[in-house]
Design a protein around this ligand. Structure first.
Ligand code: CO8
Length: 374
């Protein structure tokens, strides 16, 4: 069996930033406008007025302070409330492929790997902008990579499930080098008109080069072990899909065609699932809490991460042991733990161990135990 290693990581960060204050100002203007337009119905009690959002609530409930998006003009326009991402011709690179290529180039440069040496591209993300041809094959073509490529979707856990898939292929000897790419345009899928969730997501793309450990040309992270698990739940759900036009009423602007969640239930049910998953994975690998120098967790909620950090380490994590990036990026679905890894791993000394963990819709949870080498 060939051991695998993460040899490069890259992050593409969109140019547009929305602070909580700017987000709340536009949401409240939208709410005031909607309430004025529906004043009679609100007065008669047939519809409820839309309540104002609050930047203080957002920071206290989630830890999020701002988010990057591909287009903020539409999101912040109370008459629009979604991003504008103009359609491209079939001859132009797609927007997801373009973001993925930017992150991939950074990861390849860090690994010192030429695109022609890549045998596999996985585009692992929560949404894909079309059904076919696969975004991964477009990324493969734009990069000039070899081998084969395919798309994967396990919502927030897409990246860790992608890492396991690539690692297993390297172990089995069917490939030597893989790119696992996570372009996430969460802003196009989020309901910006719903104050319960309008603050949660941002856009980004991340990429990892995973190769046979003996091919690594510089410092890298040996992948000691990966573990994935799923358990069906409707608490994070989206009912948009290719059967839409076959169903009466599905062509309307229905709320359940965007991101839906019961946040409180997710919080209560996912936390024990993730804590037990990590504990079992560590025990199976003979890794104790004292052996872990760093946790790169899924970036959904600061309180959630604080809780998981305490459970895994058996104490409050020290400064830098469990880096959060959600204050700057918000929840970027599958890319969150990889941004944390990319930005907060270079300082680890050889022999130091860390754990990447993602969790979310499905439910799904994926963990990867790595060790710094070189
Ligand atoms: N401003 C002011 N007040 C608000 C706001 C707001 N913006 N939003 C809600 N409130 C109010 C509520 O109405 C409620 O009022 P009341 O008590 O009067 O009913 C009160 O504040 C408390 O609301 P909540 O109970 O909803 O607040 P919570 O403390 O539970 O915090 C969170 C909400 C932050 C959403 C929290 O529940 C949470 O983080 N839960 C975990 C969620 C999570 O991890 N989900 C994972 C989803 S990501 C994923 O799986 C990927 C999916 C696929 C990607 C999709 C891409 C878009």
């Amino acid at each position: 069996m060939q051991p695998a290693a993460i040899t490069g990581s890259g992050v593409f960060t969109p140019a547009h930033v929305i602070t909580n204050d700017a987000l709340v100002a536009s949401f409240n203007a939208y709410a005031d406008q909607w309430n004025a337009e529906h004043a009679e119905a609100i007065a008669s009690g047939s519809v409820a007025a839309i309540a104002h959002s609050s930047a203080e609530f957002i920071t206290a409930a989630s830890g999020i302070e701002r988010r990057f998006v591909m287009d903020k003009s539409g999101i912040l326009d109370p008459a629009v409330m979604h991003p504008w991402l103009p359609e491209r011709t079939d001859e132009e690179p797609g927007i997801m492929a373009e973001m993925g290529v930017a992150a991939s180039r950074a990861a390849l440069a860090m690994a010192g790997v030429d695109t022609s040496e890549i045998d596999l591209v996985i585009c692992a993300a929560s949404n894909h902008e079309r059904a076919y041809p696969a975004i991964a094959i477009e990324i493969q073509q734009l990069l000039g990579a070899g081998g084969f490529a395919f798309d994967m979707n396990v919502a927030c856990s897409s990246a860790t499930f992608g890492i396991q898939t690539a690692t297993d292929m390297i172990r089995a000897g069917s490939i030597r080098r893989a790119l696992v790419v996570n372009p996430e345009i969460c802003s196009a899928h989020l309901e910006w008109r719903d104050r319960d969730c309008h603050f949660i997501f941002g856009d980004v793309a991340t990429a990892l080069v995973i190769e046979r450990a003996d091919l690594a040309s510089g410092p890298h992270f040996a992948i000691r072990s990966t573990r994935c698990a799923t358990a069906f739940s409707n608490n994070i759900r989206n009912n948009n899909g290719f059967l839409r036009r076959t169903r009466a009423g599905h062509m309307q602007d229905r709320r359940d065609m965007q991101f839906m969640q019961n946040g409180r239930k997710v919080f209560k049910e996912v936390l024990p699932m993730v804590s037990a998953h990590i504990a079992d994975h560590m025990a199976a690998e003979g890794v104790g809490s004292d052996d872990l120098a760093r946790l790169w967790l899924h970036q959904a909620n600061k309180t959630m991460n604080d809780y998981i950090g305490r459970k895994v380490l058996g104490r409050d994590p020290e400064q830098g042991e469990q880096p959060n990036i959600l204050q700057d990026y918000a929840n970027t679905s599958s890319a969150g733990s990889i941004i944390a890894f990319a930005k907060h791993s270079a300082d680890l000394a050889p022999g130091a161990m860390g754990l990447i963990c993602s969790f979310g819709a499905g439910y799904s949870v994926g963990s990867v135990i790595v060790e710094r080498r070189g």
